[in-house]
Design a binder for this molecule. Sequence first.
Ligand SMILES: [Zn+2]
Length: 589
Amino acid sequence: MSDLASIRSAAPVTAAGKTPLRPFDYANVRLLPGRFKDQVEQARRLYGGVPNDSILKGFRRQAGLPAPGDDMKGWASESSSGIFGQLISGMVRLGRATGDAALGEKAVALFEGFLETMPEDGNARMRAYDWDKLVCGLVDLYHYQGIEKALPVLRATTQWAARTFDRTRPPADDHDFWGMGPGLTSEWYTLSENLYRAYLATGESAFKEFAEVWLYPAFWDEFAKNDQPSYVHTVHAYSHVNTFSSAAAAYLVTGKERYRDICVNAYDFLQRTQVYATGGFGPDERFMRPDGSLGRSLECCAYHAEIPCGAWATFKLSRYLTSFTGEARFGDWVETTMLNALAGCLPPQADGKAFYYGDYRLSGGTKQYYWHEWPCCSGTYIQLMAEYHNLIYFKDSGGIYVNLYLPSEVEWSHAGLAVRLRQETAYPEEEESSITLALEGSARFALHLRVPSWANGAAILLNGAPLDTAARPGSWASVEREWTNGDRVTIALPMALRAVPIDLQHPNRAAIVYGPVVLAQDEACCRRPFTMSPQTALTKRLVKEGDRLSFRITNGVPERHTRYLLPLYTFPQNWPYFVYFDLHTGTLY
Ligand SMILES: [Zn+2]
């Protein structure tokens, strides 16, 4: 290991790209009891309990070392290389976010076990796809966990990859949908981001130079001028959204505004042409041409969106754009994805069973586990649980930004004064979120609250009294004043029913949404999907009952049972539902 242990001085580089808003460190944000904390805690316990010997077994076997413990199943039956870097990354970040030191130490133990299996030449025995995730994990070990010895390993394995990876780099197209090419380099266009992160963390140019090898101008350049590419190939969806995080990292490193513009235009293109009402995208893991294909996908396939991996790409692109532009609107996709795609996931299981595809079939869908254990989405899932903490709040020198409404706390220092913000809410089951500040003395700063694009009539109260604050949909509502201990700000976001059409070609093929929540029809007793005449208002046909988000369908004709729409996130495994409706089509019977 003498080669791996060579010591060089590493110093972080200041990003050249402008970042008017910055996220907080994972360690500064805590979730409070609620839906998302429950989800995080389940994942923390589950991933923390997977035996290290099982995770390392395949690597040890490949290295000819004793390999005790049980094999992992499914995608990880030969080795865990497809998710190994994600597990390390997720454990480091989630351990930091939840204060679970044992989870961070588990990541270090896995790294040390892996290192014993790695030859001196840095050969990680991984495809580019797996190795990209390993780089993420090693950068996180160094950056968040303070593990210095991750750096020489990162150097050695990058040198190995630079010597051996096939650089043919075919652009993906309709036939080769993830750029596999003859060199088996599938998803090569996602490599730059983590290599650029390695460069920013260390200042070592070798990482930057290797990142530049994997830039993807053949795909990105279509978005340099506007959000309307001349031709949309039906390429692999998750990785082609994730590649924009490589463009975002290129912006950070080079400061070239072209890369930022590519990300903004890509975001708008995706919202307009690819994304379902849940925030998920990519039927059968492909982009759809903007010719009505997305609407037709609801007729013919059950695999509408790769939920965890897709959400990972969504989260990063949206977070980069919020940071680069300071605009509120990029929080909308995060909120939609969290409350519908992710809150609606089945929890991962100890044997590697994982939720993968969202099912939005017009003929009725269900939630089920993926047929192989330990797929890509099982690796992304633990990273997502950590990333929740990285998306709720942003800051700048003038104050703090509340991007998401969920029970949580954040601590920071403003002009040398410690401030703690506590957010309490049952959103989206209620329309308000209450924010209380704790600080010794007083401080002047701005508190910015994201007003979702659907929220007309949002209102802000300070200590119970209405404020005359502009609260336009898709913008920040900002309150700047001298704050004192116990000050409380409440934001009210009035929710209403609306139909969200799937695409331009299918104006009446729609999901029913209430505020940020996608509603699905409980199909367990009556299999007649909701329809309505074009002249009828949604509120005439859907009546909210009680405090829950439960909407009774009023009968147009005699029905056997009372029918309800409920949040998609409430549906358990194998329970049938409708999430898209042909609203104006007559029923079969
Ligand atoms: Zn996946």
